[in-house]
Design a protein around this ligand. Structure first.
Ligand SMILES: [Zn+2]
Length: 308
């Protein structure tokens, strides 16, 4: 069965009024998944050891010290902490690592983790773009270091470049990181020439206005590289802000495009990893499109897990 992990305390990560990364995002997703036949778990706390596989102690100390007792602490132009944010970010790390444990221990075939704040913009020692800890990169390191796997794929289809994941996995030859994103767009990185220390990063920039058909053509060579890499686990940074309704970008994807890439990633997992796939929520800021796209994504996971 597909495992779904979330936690009510993620909703205690509050952003200022009008901020797109808002509390209402997870309730919208939970409601959309409510009728689905899923195995449901609450996220456990993330540990220092998990976080320190990607971030230095001084960074963990600085984020901990920045946590406000009331109101907000502003870490950069877009990134805020409320009193509940540190706990929420640690739960997001714990949720991703727990999902890896459950899938590798065969308690579940695949998993979707819906937590906030997101993680793929957080660099080694820098919070950025709503993100505090590099959740998916931490899950990749957890896979390699704790479970001893030799090859993990990380695929990020959020509309923004996964600069943080790229930074955290740059020198990790056991991880192949593929990231598609609108370009030009914030954060401005993600050129094809950025390829990792071991040719282990593949950037797939997409021009503004790209629809799902353009995406399918442009991602095809990266899917071939992923197939040749033969990952033992597929991790996904599932951002749904490439949707045509999203206010933060200018791509033209619809729900079927998220279902299509999910099918391809399940194909990859089936071919090499016994179907093992763990997907973690990143962006997606139009609540209706977010809920519908996440439901399309999880519905594919659920059907594929059931052999459909
Ligand atoms: Zn995004």
């Amino acid at each position: 069965m597909t495992l779904f992990i979330t936690h009510p305390d993620a909703d205690l990560h509050e952003t200022p009024p009008g901020h797109p990364e808002q509390v209402a995002r997870l309730p919208a997703i939970r409601a959309a998944l409510d009728d689905m036949d899923l195995r449901r778990e609450e996220a456990p706390d993330g540990t220092d050891a998990q976080i320190l596989r990607c971030h230095p102690q001084a960074y963990l100390d600085a984020i901990t010290a920045a946590s406000p007792t009331e109101g907000w602490a502003q870490l950069d132009a877009d990134t805020y902490m409320s009193p509940g944010s540190l706990h929420a970010a640690r739960l997001a790390v714990g949720a991703a690592c727990r999902a890896v444990d459950a899938v590798l221990d065969e308690e579940a075939g695949n998993a979707f983790v819906a937590m906030r704040p997101p993680g793929h913009h957080a660099e080694t020692a820098k919070p950025m773009g709503f993100c505090l800890f590099g959740t998916v990169a931490i899950a990749a390191k957890h896979t390699l270091e704790v479970h001893g796997l030799s090859r993990v794929a990380v695929v990020d289809f959020d509309v923004h470049h996964g600069n943080g994941t790229q930074d955290l996995l740059w020198e990790e030859a056991r991880a192949l990181f593929v990231t598609s994103h609108q370009s030009p767009l914030w954060p401005g990185t993600g050129e094809r020439s950025e390829r990792g220390a071991h040719d282990n990063v593949i950037n797939v920039p997409l021009p503004p206005g790209s629809d799902g058909r353009t995406f399918r053509a442009k991602i095809a060579p990266a899917l071939e590289r992923l197939d040749a890499f033969a990952p033992e686990l597929v991790l996904v940074s599932a951002g749904f802000d490439a949707h045509r309704a999203d206010p933060l970008a200018q791509l033209e994807w619809v729900e079927e495009d998220f279902a299509w890439i999910t099918e391809r990633l399940c194909d990859l997992a089936d071919a090499h990893a016994g179907g093992r796939l763990v997907s973690c929520l990143e962006g997606g800021y139009d609540l209706e499109a977010l809920a519908a796209s996440a439901a399309a994504h999880v519905d594919v996971l659920r059907r594929r897990e059931n052999g459909g």
